[in-house]
Write a protein that binds this ligand. Structure first.
Ligand SMILES: Cc1cc2nc3c(=O)[nH]c(=O)nc-3n(C[C@H](O)[C@H](O)[C@H](O)COP(=O)(O)OP(=O)(O)OC[C@H]3O[C@@H](n4cnc5c(N)ncnc54)[C@H](O)[C@@H]3O)c2cc1C
Length: 503
């Protein structure tokens, strides 16, 4: 789950806690000196295309080195580095530009654009959700906007007949932490949805609840399990009946006290509403967006973090890398025709899957994420983009060893090091270095994929059952690309000793 070249501390368990993840993110920000770039207490209220670049204004490039969007050689950043600071500078306050040769039609269809961002600087950041008269409203123009606002905020609940009559407690998984597990003592609970939230909540409350029923469209049959034998897997929810009744697709009727919607979240970008940039409604599929990342027609508007069922941090990092490469004009960026073709391919894929182009599953990648990441790496692989910011020499294994940045199944990162001689300084050397870095990252991806598959294979499908898979500890030998698995001790009551290495 770690960023490339920035491992979690050695002692961190593979199933890490919220506090450990927070600490990791803070360390990453410290390491890369990101804090000065972050304006806390600011809430973006609107993002609008301010202007298309004027013909002849070539002070900034966006997209590819080969000119499919812009062929200006004028990069304000010089050769190579894409650091956090550079990215912010590139996304910052200098003018957009295109080549003299581009037609107006091409400008309008591939536009670089400039973005007017209106944001509210909170007078009392702690109460950031509430607007205050003393807030400062600021409008600024940017060359690029990267939307990283998350998508676990606006809840989604399906419309189910009879809910108005239901007399029990109804909540969404988003509110689960507020009452906590105590609210479920002795209750008959229905969790609607059997993905991450549904299975995790079922597992947790089964220790105190009378019975937990987990229903999902994908459950073909009823079954029972859980450590206390009180977790039931049910077919899809058909309707509510009377004060406490819930009827399932297979005709079965049960009484429950509490319903927890574990049905996910909507994508929501209130600051883009009314801009005409996204096809409404954007709640299920963010459209038109190329590779779940770049606006097809205005690629200087990007969306990091849309994909679901993925290994979050490496995927977000490679998305950010691709955006940064495009901002500094060093990406292998596809043409408008290719971006539109990708979009049509996605429509076809969703139609063939029987769900239609506006499906909620549009950004669910799952096992497809690895091919996606390889494609992103290639987009971000303009000369000079890779090989900086993620190499072993930039991230020595100071965080407890196991630094994947230096541990690759080849010697390429060593050969690629700038300290390896004058060859790297030449154009050929830079290209070779770039190629080796690309191969190195692809190898790291292969290992991450193998671990992801192993974790998935060992995850029980039944909620509430033994969760030994959470104690699986992965240790990687990055030199060979092999990993081993051991089991951490159960912390709670000392059950069972550590198991020996499994593979
Ligand atoms: C219950 C739960 C458990 C999860 N468990 C795991 C897990 O075990 N492993 C895992 O990898 N992932 C897990 N995830 C997913 C993970 O939390 C997300 O993938 C991750 O947080 C997404 O990061 P992000 O930066 O894209 O968005 P977020 O973490 O949601 O951050 C978005 C930020 O944008 C800010 N923002 C939003 N709108 C505006 C605006 N208009 N102006 C200014 N700022 C704005 C928000 O305040 C927030 O700080 C879990 C998610 C949930 C809900």
């Amino acid at each position: 789950m770690s960023y490339f070249g920035f491992p979690f501390p050695e002692e961190t368990q593979s199933f890490s806690s919220h506090a450990q993840v927070l600490d990791y993110l803070c360390s990453y920000a410290d390491e890369h000196d990101l804090h000065p770039l972050i304006s806390l207490g600011c809430s973006v209220e609107s993002v609008r295309l301010a202007s298309l670049p004027s013909v002849g204004d070539s002070s900034h490039t966006f997209g590819s080195v080969d000119g499919s969007l812009s062929s200006s050689e004028d990069s304000s950043l010089g050769e190579g580095a894409v650091t956090g600071t550079d990215t912010a500078a590139a996304a910052g306050r200098h003018g957009g530009g295109i080549d003299q040769g581009q037609s107006k039609a091409e400008v309008e269809s591939t536009t670089l654009g400039r973005w007017e961002v209106v944001y509210r600087r909170r007078s009392a950041p702690a109460a950031a959700a509430v607007a205050d008269d003393d807030d400062q409203v600021v409008a600024e123009v940017f060359d690029a906007v990267c939307v990283c606002s998350g998508h676990f905020d606006e809840t989604y609940t399906p419309t189910v007949a009879g809910l108005d009559e239901f007399q029990g407690t109804v909540m969404h998984a988003r509110e689960y932490d507020i009452p906590g597990v105590e609210a479920f003592v002795g209750k008959r609970v229905l969790c609607v949805g059997a993905r991450s939230s549904g299975t995790d909540i079922a597992r947790e409350i089964s220790s105190v609840a009378h019975a937990v029923h987990v229903c999902d469209r994908s459950n073909p049959v009823n079954s029972k399990g859980g450590e206390r034998g009180n977790v039931w897997w049910r077919t899809a929810l058909e309707k509510f009946e009377g004060a406490n009744g819930v009827r399932f697709k297979n005709g079965e009727l049960l009484e429950v006290d509490t319903v927890v919607w574990c049905t996910g979240y909507n994508y929501a970008f209130p600051f883009l509403e009314g801009s005409g940039l996204l096809t409404a409604p954007a709640s299920k599929r963010v459209h038109p967006v190329f590779e779940h990342l770049f606006h097809v027609y205005h690629p200087s508007l990007s969306f990091v973090g849309l994909p679901q069922s993925i290994v979050t941090f490496p995927l977000f990092e490679l998305q950010a890398n691709a955006v940064a490469a495009a901002i500094v004009g060093r990406a292998s960026f596809p043409s408008l025709a290719e971006r539109e073709q990708w979009l049509r391919g996605e429509d076809d894929r969703l139609r063939e899957g029987g769900v239609g182009p506006s499906s909620r599953g549009a950004h669910v990648l799952g096992g497809r994420q690895w091919e996606y990441l390889r494609r992103l790496l290639r987009i971000a692989s303009g000369p000079g983009v890779l090989g900086r910011g993620s190499t072993a020499e930039n991230h020595p294994p100071q965080r407890g060893g196991g630094d994947e940045g230096s541990a690759v199944p080849n010697a390429s990162s060593k050969e690629a090091s700038p300290s390896r001689g004058a060859a790297a300084a030449t154009e050929g050397g830079a290209q070779q270095r770039h190629q080796l870095e690309l191969e190195r990252l692809l190898n790291v991806l292969n290992v991450k994929e193998a671990i992801y598959n192993d974790a998935g294979d060992n995850r029980p499908w039944f909620p509430g059952g033994p969760d030994d898979y959470r104690r699986r500890q992965y240790r990687v030998d990055w030199d060979s690309g092999r990993f081993s698995v051991s089991y951490a001790d159960r912390k709670a009551n000392g059950e069972g000793p550590s198991s020996p290495a499994a593979s």
